[in-house]
Design a protein around this ligand. Structure first.
Ligand code: PEP
Ligand code: MG
Length: 576
């Protein structure tokens, strides 16, 4: 590749495949901490608010003029309407009259109104919750005299450069304008990386501090999301090479999309299930669109995070029901709540933990907070009526936990029966194999589990003692590590010896370099981000039992992840 004098490169973790050619949009989230001050008179506080409203209107009108598409204009139009919304204005006045300074009044009003909208089952109102939060942040930012640098102000197609992106930042990226993103922090299975794959943005994470220090806004960039390389001020020849690669990739995606709706089958007609990992209603629609034969993991955390109180049974029931309706006859595995670790909700008091990933999370919280757990189980079970749902417990380490959790399910079923509330009978109950403890105990855990699903995101970090989100050691986070592959093989063999079905819902299941190896191990179900499904079905269709077993045997003979990766690259080059 012809490097010219000012072309440079940064290497990070290839978090989401794809190529982007564009210029940098530097996202620095404004610090919206409100400095302490005494309230002025009500009139003065409201005058400050009115002045901020005028500025907010001007900013939004300017953005509408500059924006290119109708869709973006519609978003800002909705924001403008909120600025005139009588409920919002009335609430601000009430807060100020109650003695709040106007900044706090805006925070309280936006949060409460957004939560109220988010709780509505009507999708259109729920979507307005995000608009409400955005408008609240805009007014607060103006009140704090900070410049406008929100993600929503991006007005030309760009590659986003940021220190880190929270899942809600990632979700608020405008898909029409975002070409891809690069972050200083993060890891392969950090939640923003998973979201990038689900949304189909090319992304590189863990690029280090040089990223924000060496890239001013507008810098020309080429983002290679497969190799994890970011080219800064790329030469004309680099741009040309990547333009060609991008076209080839897009043609290939078109070709394999056509097989997405067919069942996953090897070249010698062995059926395996290719399912989707989803985390909300929108991704349920994506699952169907990209050809999922079921849902191998419904992450239910979205209901618990970004909230000021735990979701009610009714709210959960409605959402689960809507998701089941979208999936129709397809089986859906609902994972019970997996909060804690890197996902603590604001309304629960969490202990300060030295190692949150080794701490109070997932099933440990559910078994300690039975009311929270029972509410979720009641909502899931009620929603199963007429559908093929399954329940799965996260972070299991011994037989006692699934035994206890199953007892709670039985109690809830009895309650529902007594209340004459319908629910599906004999809902299969499984566990996630995401701790080495569970993996080596599979034959025993089979007593309390109808099926297993390998959660390799956590299994990798716990087996290799490498934090999945720590950018400083990202090179050590190796899902294709030989120890991990051996542990997975052992898990599948042990489960099969007990007649149990084993799937995988960790990111490894959707990695092209892993699919042939996992197929040769006899994995029953591959569950992945919806967009990875067509490629997975394509690869499975190119392999047969004999070939995949040979690949697995060879892969298991290596001693390092690097050797396994290069071997698997050769295999991919051969079959693609
Ligand atoms: C996993 O650990 O592999 C998994 C699928 O769960 P999460 O990524 O939500 O921790
Ligand atoms: Mg996990």
């Amino acid at each position: 590749m012809g490097l010219v004098a000012n072309e440079s490169q940064l290497r990070g973790v290839a978090a989401s495949d794809g190529i982007a050619i564009g210029s940098a949009y530097c996202y620095v989230p404004p610090d919206l901490t409100v400095p302490k001050r005494k309230p002025e008179t009500n009139e003065l506080e409201l005058a400050l608010f009115n002045a901020a409203l005028v500025q907010a209107r001007n900013e939004l009108r300017n953005l509408m003029v500059e924006r290119i598409g109708e869709k973006e204009a519609a978003i800002f139009d909705a924001h403008l309407m909120i600025l005139d919304d009588p409920a919002f204005l009335k609430r601000i006045r009430k807060e100020v009259e109650g003695g709040q300074i106007v900044e706090q009044a805006v925070i309280n009003a936006a949060k409460d109104l957004a939560n109220m909208l988010a709780g509505m089952t009507n999708e259109m109102f729920a979507a307005r919750a995000m608009d409400m939060r955005d408008v609240g942040r805009r007014i607060l930012r103006i009140l704090l005299s900070l410049p406008d640098c929100a993600l929503s102000s991006m007005d030309t197609p760009s590659i986003v450069i940021a220190h880190d992106l929270t899942p809600s930042d990632t979700a608020s990226l405008n898909p029409e304008l975002t070409q891809g993103f690069c972050t200083v922090a993060g890891g392969l299975t950090s939640h923003s990386a998973i979201l990038a794959r689900n949304l189909g943005f090319p992304a590189i994470v863990a690029l280090g501090d040089d990223l924000v220090e060496s890239i001013p806004a507008g810098t020309p960039l080429v983002l290679d999301g497969q190799a994890g390389i970011l080219f800064i001020n790329p030469s004309a020849s680099t741009v040309e090479i990547y333009r060609k690669k991008k076209d080839e990739r897009e043609n290939r995606i078109q070709q394999i999309r056509s097989i997405a709706t067919k069942p996953a089958e090897t070249a010698d007609d062995i059926r395996v299930e290719v399912a989707a990992n989803i985390g909300d209603l929108a991704s349920a629609h994506d699952a169907v669109k990209y050809g999922a034969e079921g849902v191998g993991l419904l992450r239910t955390e979205f209901l618990y995070l970004d909230e000021t109180q735990p979701p009610t049974e009714e709210k959960q029931y409605n959402i689960y029901r809507q998701i089941f309706e979208v999936l129709g006859h397809r089986p859906v595995i609902v994972r019970t709540l997996d909060i804690g670790g890197d996902k603590p909700p604001s309304y629960m008091l969490f202990p300060t933990e030295m190692n949150p990933f080794l701490g109070w999370r997932a099933i440990r919280i559910s078994l300690d907070r039975l009311e929270l757990f029972k509410t979720q189980l009641r909502a899931i079970l009620r929603a199963t009526e007429g559908y093929q749902a399954r329940i799965m417990f996260p972070m299991i380490v011994d037989l006692d936990e699934p035994r206890q959790a199953r007892k709670v399910v039985e109690e809830v079923e009895k309650e529902l029966e007594a209340e004459h509330r319908p629910f599906a009978q004999d809902v299969p109950i499984g566990i996630m194999v995401e701790t080495p403890a569970a993996a080596v105990l599979i034959d025993v855990l089979a007593e309390a589990s109808d099926f297993f699903s390998l959660g390799t995101n956590d299994l990798t970090q716990y087996t290799l003692a490498v934090d999945r989100g720590n950018a400083a050691i990202f090179a050590l986070y190796q899902p294709l590590h030989p120890s991990l592959l051996r542990l997975i093989k052992q898990t599948i063999d042990l489960a099969h010896s007990k007649g149990k079905w084993v799937g995988m819902c960790g990111e490894l299941a959707g990695m092209p370099k892993a699919i042939p190896v996992l197929l040769g191990m006899g994995l029953d179900e591959f569950s992945m981000g919806p967009r990875a499904i067509p490629e997975a079905k394509f690869l499975i269709g190119k392999l047969d039992a004999e070939k995949s077993c040979q690949i697995t045997e060879k892969a298991l003979s290596f001693g390092t992840a690097a050797e396994i990766e290069s071997f698997m690259q050769l295999i991919l080059d051969e079959i693609r």
